[in-house]
Write a protein that binds this ligand. Structure first.
Ligand SMILES: [Zn+2]
Length: 216
Protein backbone atom coordinates (compact mmCIF):
# COMPACT_ATOMS: atom_id res chain seq x y z
CA UNK A 1 0.00 0.00 0.00
CA UNK A 2 1.36 3.42 -0.89
CA UNK A 3 2.35 5.44 2.09
CA UNK A 4 0.81 8.87 2.34
CA UNK A 5 2.43 11.04 4.95
CA UNK A 6 0.14 13.58 6.51
CA UNK A 7 -3.11 12.14 5.19
CA UNK A 8 -5.73 11.46 7.85
CA UNK A 9 -6.97 7.90 7.55
CA UNK A 10 -9.19 7.63 10.63
CA UNK A 11 -12.74 8.87 11.01
CA UNK A 12 -12.62 12.27 12.66
CA UNK A 13 -15.22 14.13 14.64
CA UNK A 14 -13.77 17.56 15.31
CA UNK A 15 -15.33 20.69 16.68
CA UNK A 16 -13.81 24.16 17.04
CA UNK A 17 -12.88 25.13 20.62
CA UNK A 18 -10.48 27.58 22.31
CA UNK A 19 -6.78 26.60 22.49
CA UNK A 20 -5.09 25.09 25.56
CA UNK A 21 -3.42 27.50 28.01
CA UNK A 22 0.21 28.32 27.20
CA UNK A 23 1.29 27.14 30.69
CA UNK A 24 -0.09 23.69 29.88
CA UNK A 25 1.75 23.15 26.61
CA UNK A 26 4.91 25.28 27.17
CA UNK A 27 7.32 22.36 27.84
CA UNK A 28 5.91 20.23 25.02
CA UNK A 29 5.92 23.16 22.62
CA UNK A 30 9.55 24.00 23.47
CA UNK A 31 10.53 20.44 22.61
CA UNK A 32 8.53 20.63 19.40
CA UNK A 33 10.58 23.73 18.47
CA UNK A 34 13.80 21.80 19.21
CA UNK A 35 12.66 18.91 16.99
CA UNK A 36 11.81 21.36 14.22
CA UNK A 37 15.27 22.92 14.44
CA UNK A 38 16.85 19.45 14.25
CA UNK A 39 14.81 18.58 11.13
CA UNK A 40 12.91 15.79 12.91
CA UNK A 41 9.67 17.73 12.49
CA UNK A 42 9.10 19.96 9.48
CA UNK A 43 8.14 20.31 5.85
CA UNK A 44 10.60 20.14 2.98
CA UNK A 45 9.91 19.99 -0.80
CA UNK A 46 12.66 17.34 -1.06
CA UNK A 47 11.16 15.02 1.60
CA UNK A 48 7.94 12.93 1.60
CA UNK A 49 6.36 14.66 -1.42
CA UNK A 50 6.58 18.02 0.34
CA UNK A 51 4.07 17.12 3.05
CA UNK A 52 4.51 18.10 6.69
CA UNK A 53 6.10 15.44 8.92
CA UNK A 54 6.47 14.77 12.66
CA UNK A 55 4.10 15.56 15.51
CA UNK A 56 4.07 15.74 19.30
CA UNK A 57 1.54 15.14 22.07
CA UNK A 58 1.10 15.06 25.82
CA UNK A 59 -1.46 13.44 28.07
CA UNK A 60 -4.12 15.85 29.27
CA UNK A 61 -3.68 16.69 32.95
CA UNK A 62 -7.39 16.16 33.50
CA UNK A 63 -6.93 12.56 32.43
CA UNK A 64 -9.21 12.99 29.44
CA UNK A 65 -7.26 12.12 26.33
CA UNK A 66 -4.28 14.09 25.09
CA UNK A 67 -3.17 17.30 23.40
CA UNK A 68 -1.59 16.82 19.97
CA UNK A 69 -0.21 19.06 17.25
CA UNK A 70 -2.60 19.98 14.47
CA UNK A 71 -2.63 18.37 11.03
CA UNK A 72 -0.13 19.85 8.55
CA UNK A 73 1.58 22.25 10.95
CA UNK A 74 5.07 20.89 10.17
CA UNK A 75 6.12 23.95 8.19
CA UNK A 76 5.77 26.26 11.20
CA UNK A 77 9.02 26.91 13.10
CA UNK A 78 7.09 27.58 16.30
CA UNK A 79 3.51 26.70 17.10
CA UNK A 80 2.11 28.05 20.36
CA UNK A 81 -1.31 27.04 21.73
CA UNK A 82 -3.12 27.62 18.42
CA UNK A 83 -1.20 24.71 16.89
CA UNK A 84 -2.63 22.06 19.24
CA UNK A 85 -5.95 20.32 19.66
CA UNK A 86 -7.38 18.10 22.37
CA UNK A 87 -8.17 14.48 21.52
CA UNK A 88 -11.11 13.56 23.75
CA UNK A 89 -11.59 10.02 22.49
CA UNK A 90 -9.24 7.76 20.57
CA UNK A 91 -10.95 4.49 19.66
CA UNK A 92 -8.40 2.35 17.85
CA UNK A 93 -10.80 -0.53 17.16
CA UNK A 94 -13.38 1.80 15.60
CA UNK A 95 -10.66 3.87 13.84
CA UNK A 96 -12.34 6.95 15.31
CA UNK A 97 -10.98 10.12 16.87
CA UNK A 98 -13.10 12.75 18.60
CA UNK A 99 -11.25 16.04 19.04
CA UNK A 100 -11.77 19.71 19.78
CA UNK A 101 -9.62 22.80 19.40
CA UNK A 102 -8.49 25.44 16.93
CA UNK A 103 -7.05 22.85 14.47
CA UNK A 104 -7.86 19.23 13.52
CA UNK A 105 -5.46 16.61 14.97
CA UNK A 106 -2.32 15.26 13.33
CA UNK A 107 -2.74 12.38 10.90
CA UNK A 108 -0.76 10.25 13.33
CA UNK A 109 -2.94 10.88 16.38
CA UNK A 110 -4.07 7.24 16.40
CA UNK A 111 -0.49 6.03 16.90
CA UNK A 112 -0.06 8.49 19.78
CA UNK A 113 -3.28 7.20 21.32
CA UNK A 114 -2.07 3.61 20.99
CA UNK A 115 1.06 4.44 23.02
CA UNK A 116 -0.98 6.11 25.78
CA UNK A 117 -3.32 3.10 25.88
CA UNK A 118 -0.43 0.62 26.08
CA UNK A 119 1.67 2.60 28.55
CA UNK A 120 -0.32 4.37 31.31
CA UNK A 121 2.87 6.02 32.61
CA UNK A 122 3.64 7.66 29.26
CA UNK A 123 2.89 11.37 29.61
CA UNK A 124 4.32 12.49 26.27
CA UNK A 125 4.74 10.99 22.79
CA UNK A 126 6.99 12.49 20.10
CA UNK A 127 7.02 11.36 16.48
CA UNK A 128 9.94 12.53 14.36
CA UNK A 129 11.47 11.61 11.02
CA UNK A 130 15.18 10.80 11.19
CA UNK A 131 17.01 9.20 8.23
CA UNK A 132 20.02 8.76 10.56
CA UNK A 133 18.19 6.81 13.27
CA UNK A 134 16.32 4.80 10.63
CA UNK A 135 19.53 3.78 8.86
CA UNK A 136 21.23 2.79 12.12
CA UNK A 137 18.21 1.08 13.72
CA UNK A 138 19.59 -2.47 13.34
CA UNK A 139 23.06 -1.57 14.53
CA UNK A 140 21.66 0.29 17.54
CA UNK A 141 19.34 -2.66 18.29
CA UNK A 142 16.20 -0.50 18.22
CA UNK A 143 12.80 -2.21 18.15
CA UNK A 144 11.08 -1.82 14.80
CA UNK A 145 7.42 -2.11 13.84
CA UNK A 146 6.45 -4.57 11.11
CA UNK A 147 7.17 -2.93 7.70
CA UNK A 148 4.10 -4.64 6.23
CA UNK A 149 1.77 -2.69 8.51
CA UNK A 150 0.67 0.58 6.86
CA UNK A 151 0.94 3.62 9.07
CA UNK A 152 -2.02 5.55 10.42
CA UNK A 153 -4.27 2.46 10.48
CA UNK A 154 -5.79 0.38 13.32
CA UNK A 155 -3.26 -2.35 12.41
CA UNK A 156 -0.41 0.10 13.01
CA UNK A 157 -1.93 1.06 16.35
CA UNK A 158 -2.00 -2.63 17.32
CA UNK A 159 1.63 -3.00 16.29
CA UNK A 160 2.56 0.06 18.37
CA UNK A 161 0.86 -1.48 21.38
CA UNK A 162 2.67 -4.80 20.90
CA UNK A 163 6.09 -3.09 20.69
CA UNK A 164 5.47 -0.90 23.74
CA UNK A 165 4.40 -3.79 25.92
CA UNK A 166 6.78 -6.51 24.68
CA UNK A 167 9.95 -4.54 23.94
CA UNK A 168 9.95 -1.30 25.91
CA UNK A 169 9.92 0.07 29.46
CA UNK A 170 6.72 1.35 31.14
CA UNK A 171 7.82 4.98 31.42
CA UNK A 172 10.14 5.57 28.45
CA UNK A 173 10.91 3.96 25.13
CA UNK A 174 11.77 4.46 21.47
CA UNK A 175 11.03 2.44 18.36
CA UNK A 176 11.33 2.94 14.63
CA UNK A 177 8.35 2.56 12.31
CA UNK A 178 9.27 -0.10 9.77
CA UNK A 179 6.57 0.80 7.25
CA UNK A 180 6.96 4.55 7.57
CA UNK A 181 10.11 6.01 6.02
CA UNK A 182 12.43 7.60 8.62
CA UNK A 183 9.64 7.41 11.24
CA UNK A 184 10.58 7.21 14.93
CA UNK A 185 8.26 7.24 17.94
CA UNK A 186 9.47 8.01 21.45
CA UNK A 187 7.56 8.30 24.72
CA UNK A 188 8.39 9.38 28.24
CA UNK A 189 6.80 10.42 31.50
CA UNK A 190 7.40 14.07 30.53
CA UNK A 191 8.26 15.92 27.29
CA UNK A 192 11.85 16.30 28.54
CA UNK A 193 12.24 12.55 29.22
CA UNK A 194 10.98 11.74 25.73
CA UNK A 195 12.90 14.56 24.01
CA UNK A 196 16.19 13.67 25.69
CA UNK A 197 15.80 10.01 24.68
CA UNK A 198 15.17 11.03 21.07
CA UNK A 199 18.13 13.41 20.93
CA UNK A 200 20.50 10.95 22.62
CA UNK A 201 19.43 8.22 20.16
CA UNK A 202 20.09 10.60 17.26
CA UNK A 203 23.53 11.31 18.72
CA UNK A 204 24.29 7.57 18.96
CA UNK A 205 23.15 7.09 15.36
CA UNK A 206 25.43 9.89 14.13
CA UNK A 207 28.33 8.43 16.12
CA UNK A 208 27.84 4.97 14.58
CA UNK A 209 27.42 6.48 11.11
CA UNK A 210 30.76 8.30 11.48
CA UNK A 211 32.46 5.10 12.68
CA UNK A 212 31.08 3.00 9.81
CA UNK A 213 32.08 5.68 7.26
CA UNK A 214 35.64 5.75 8.58
CA UNK A 215 35.85 1.95 8.44
CA UNK A 216 35.17 1.89 4.69
ZN1 LIG B 1 5.38 10.42 10.19
Amino acid sequence: MEEREGVIRFRLEHRAAPPAAIAVIAELDAWRTVLHRLGLVGQDPARYHGLGFGNVSMRDAGGRGFLVTGSQTGHLASLGPDGYCRVLRCDVAANLIVAEGPVPPSSEALSHGAVYAARPRAGCVLHGHSPDIWRMADILGLPCSDPAVPYGTPAMAGEVERLCVERLEPDRGLFVMGGHEDGVIVYGATPSTAGQLLVSTLTQALQRLALSASAR
